[in-house]
Design a protein around this ligand. Structure first.
Ligand code: 5GP
Length: 206
């Protein structure tokens, strides 16, 4: 019997690890294969972010209303804000016949692993990592966060690294982003390994 086709790739990794950059490149190179699941968040948009593109920027009341109506596959509080993947966000990508890229935190990934299969989601789980000192440099360099926010983000990163260490089988693939081009190549290879497990044709190498 052939394996069920993958319809989602769950991507985790701490703040500053370069998930956004890697995923943007993947979406640009393989537009026909993937689309991004646009989450809801109660955090404020950063410069350059657009409502409906990076996130659906919402207020707490709206998110709580959606939660109570059962509209989220998963919803978590991250750094004091709500972040959630709605069923509608996933459905939109599935209707395009594409594999959904779901960029969420580790708590969210755990929830998706529990709830996803019942919702018809067949997913692979990837973790993108980098040395903690490198993350600190990148978060501070980005200049978007005050000292306290940087501290909280690095504490979360430490917790996520710890989770990966304690649960070595949770993620199907771990990709180190110490050098962007190399990490991107490894990401495409990791996806192809997952595609192969699901009897799917590999991505063409560009
Ligand atoms: P940022 O504020 O830097 O965009 O994201 C902060 C964290 O929230 C990141 O770890 C990101 O992966 C995570 N995140 C983004 N969207 C979601 C979501 O829909 N659900 C969950 N659980 N986490 C999310």
């Amino acid at each position: 019997m052939s394996a069920k086709a993958l319809n989602a790739i769950i991507i985790c990794g701490p703040s500053g690890v370069g998930k956004g950059t890697l995923l943007k490149r993947l979406l640009a190179d393989y537009e026909k294969y993937f689309a991004y699941s646009v989450s809801h968040t109660t955090r404020k948009p950063r410069a350059g972010e657009e409502n409906g593109r990076e996130y659906h920027f919402s207020d707490r009341d709206a998110v709580i209303k959606m939660r109570d109506a059962g509209e989220f596959l998963e919803l978590c509080e991250v750094h004091g804000n709500f972040y959630g993947t709605s069923f509608a966000a996933i459905k939109r990508v599935q209707e395009e016949g594409k594999t959904c890229l779901v960029e969420i935190d580790v708590q969210g990934a755990q929830k998706v692993k529990d709830a996803g299969p019942k919702q018809g989601l067949t997913a692979s789980y990837l973790f993108i990592t980098a040395p903690l000192e490198e993350l600190q440099k990148r978060i501070v360099g980005r200049g978007a966060d005050d000292e306290e926010t940087v501290r909280v983000r690095l504490a979360t990163a430490t917790k996520e690294f710890d989770f990966v260490k304690r649960n070595p089988d949770f993620f199907d693939q771990v990709i180190v982003n110490d050098e962007l081009d190399k990490a991107y190549k490894n990401l495409v290879e990791a996806i192809n390994t997952e595609f192969q497990k699901h009897d799917m044709a590999p991505l063409p190498i560009l």
